[in-house]
Design a protein around this ligand. Structure first.
Ligand code: INI
Length: 157
């Protein structure tokens, strides 16, 4: 039996991170977590690129562009749509998550969801590194594993 699995080995891999500026005090923490994770797992600083967009709504556009261009081994999407902030919370969250998913599936590339959709600011702070870990770190970890899995799958047909 053959088992496929990605290792947490980011060496030689290229990562694109799309991060939204809306709620920047939260998203900057998610970005810090993601960069910390990539470095700790052996990523080369020169092989990481970060694109800032105005809000979470704009993330799928860049994620799709980057995925289609095959510029990276994985694209990590970071944002914070906080329920208390907007009556459109459900609509924005759904569209953003669907757009991020489509960017990956339509381009056969790992495109990772690191957009948090908390009920309130307190939950947002918890997910940005206070209580329940840093969701940016966790998203980057998934990106490393998936990118390594895709690398292995491409090598061994
Ligand atoms: N963008 C976010 O990233 N998070 C939010 O909580 C948010 N709220 O609350 O509205 C938000 N809105 C902006 C949106 O993402 C777009 O940038 C804007 O609508 C322009 O297209």
């Amino acid at each position: 039996m053959k088992t496929w699995q990605g290792n947490l080995d980011a060496s030689g891999l290229k990562f694109g991170i799309v991060v939204s500026r809306f709620n920047e005090f939260i998203t900057a923490k998610l970005l810090e977590g993601a960069l910390d994770c990539l470095r700790r797992h052996g990523a080369d600083q020169n092989k990481i690129e970060v694109a800032w967009v105005p809000g979470a709504w704009e993330i799928p556009a860049v994620a799709t562009r980057w995925a289609a261009a095959r510029r990276f081994d994985a694209v990590i999407c970071l944002g914070a749509v906080i329920r208390g902030d907007t009556p459109h919370w459900e609509y924005i969250s759904r569209q953003v998550t669907q757009g991020i998913s489509a960017a990956g599936l339509n381009n056969n590339l790992p495109v990772i969801l690191g957009v948090i959709t908390p009920e309130n600011l307190e939950q947002a702070i918890e997910r940005a590194g206070a209580k329940s870990g840093n969701k940016g770190f966790q998203a980057a970890l998934a990106a490393v594993e998936m990118a390594d899995l895709f690398r292995k799958m491409a090598e061994k047909k």
